[in-house]
Write a protein that binds this ligand. Structure first.
Ligand code: DQA
Length: 145
């Protein structure tokens, strides 16, 4: 089996299920983790699934994934809109592929969500499909590996 896929989640995603369910849906992060692990198994992959509210830790994990993963599925949460450090970390681990995922369609929301600091350095971007986006990202990585 290749190195695991790191599925990394940024701030406030630990609140999924309770947080603005009209936007983010009713599934918890644990539900999404279970879905990712099931899909990964079907694809012959394994998943290392994590969440943090801290920008520096997210950067540490991207760097770790640069050494130890076959690819990253990244929902950066709000850091996707603000973090040059995250942009730089993704560039630094090239050619490890990163797929950016947002549950909501960030382009259909407030203007401050329309720009992503990471979109220009990721392999691809999936947004607006809810938890299915994570599965689509795993499918895409599986095809690419
Ligand atoms: C999000 C979208 C971001 O704008 C927001 O800050 C989040 C979640 C999403 O998954 O839709 O925390 O990344």
């Amino acid at each position: 089996m290749p190195n695991p896929i790191y599925v990394l989640n940024g701030p406030n995603l630990n609140l999924l299920g309770k947080r603005e369910p009209g936007i983010y849906g009713g599934q918890s992060l644990a539900d999404i983790e279970a879905g990712c692990k099931e899909r990964a198994k079907e694809l012959g992959l394994s998943v290392e699934f994590r969440q943090t509210n801290h920008e520096g830790l997210l950067i540490d994990w991207v760097q770790e994934a640069g050494e130890q993963s076959a690819g990253i599925v990244l929902n950066p949460g709000a850091y996707g809109h603000t973090s040059i450090a995250l942009h730089d970390a993704i560039r630094a681990i090239a050619p490890v592929p990163v797929i950016e995922v947002h549950l909501s369609n960030i382009h259909a929301r407030e203007p401050f969500r329309h720009h992503s600091m990471v979109s220009s350095v990721v392999e691809g971007l999936i947004c607006g499909f809810g938890p299915i986006g994570y599965m689509l990202a795993l499918d895409a990585l599986a095809q690419r590996l």
